[in-house]
Design a protein around this ligand. Structure first.
Ligand code: 0L1
Ligand code: MG
Length: 260
């Protein structure tokens, strides 16, 4: 990490605090490599932990074709989750966000670190339980127009996550092929399978362990892992009613509003 990375992390933090969306002319870098993106993200995480925030886990992004196609980027990426990003099911005040979107996720809770380069069995054995989730994205970049390095610097657009209430042991489920439905304002907008996540959500955990090892981080017991948007993300303007359902994992409902 360099002083440039520190400065770029501060630039993104200031934009987040002030609710400013960065356009093409508001970037203090000329280009940002994937390595730069992870370095800026690590600086941002260190700053937020120093401010008293708590690390709750990690997330993968661009693990499904649907997400790669939606954002026109094609490599899986990793970001961090803070305890303060945990949002309860039900009503969501969207004034806290700039241009939020929601996407269905399979969420893992770890019983131990699977190690830096786990195989499928090692990663599977590290999972304590599984639940349905909704990730709330809120990019710092206007129109979600970013390069791979930029979305990494911006903690992969992470802004919130909603956890379902039904946690199941992984071996009580067909984790690699769970049916997922998403409806918006009563209209079915997405139907998918958890197989969309790199053929199996455990593969997202394997990839995450490797990505974290490459940047000097590691997974730990009790941490959450969002395995990546299963479908395209859908905008969350005020007055929207979103329901996500998963086979054997129940459902989550979000109704957006402004103000208390
Ligand atoms: O789960 C995901 O695939 C999240 C990707 C994050 C980037 C974005 O879509 O803004
Ligand atoms: Mg996601």
């Amino acid at each position: 990490m360099t002083t440039e990375h520190e400065g770029w992390a501060r630039h993104l933090e200031a934009a987040r605090r002030s609710g400013t969306l960065l356009g093409a002319d508001d970037r203090p870098w000329t280009s940002l490599s994937v390595g730069d993106g992870y370095a800026v993200q690590s600086c941002g995480l260190a700053h937020r932990l120093a401010e008293g925030e708590r690390l709750a886990g990690w997330k993968m992004g661009f693990t499904s074709l649907a997400k790669m196609r939606q954002m026109n980027l094609d490599a899986p990426i990793a970001g961090y989750l803070l305890a303060s990003m945990d949002v309860p099911e039900g009503e969501l005040d969207v004034t806290a966000y700039q241009h939020p979107k929601a996407e269905p996720e399979i969420v893992l809770r770890l019983k131990h670190d699977p190690g830096p380069t786990p195989d499928f069995l090692e990663a599977s054995r590290a999972i304590e339980s599984v639940c349905l989730g909704i990730e709330i994205l809120d990019s710092r970049f206007a129109g979600y127009q970013f390069s791979l390095g930029e979305v990494l610097a911006d903690d992969t657009s992470a802004a919130g996550y909603v956890l379902g209430s039904r946690w199941r042991a992984p071996d009580a489920l067909d984790l690699g092929n769970l049916g997922i439905l998403m409806s918006v304002d009563g209209v079915l907008v997405e139907a998918a399978s958890s197989a969309a996540i790199m053929d199996h959500p455990v593969r997202a955990l394997m990839a995450l362990a490797r990505l974290l090892d490459a940047r000097g981080d590691q997974l730990a017991a009790g941490q959450l892992v969002l395995t990546g948007g299963i479908t395209a993300a859908h905008p969350l303007p005020p007055g929207r009613h979103v329901v996500v359902e998963a086979q054997d994992l129940g459902s989550i409902m979000l109704s957006t509003r402004t103000g208390a």
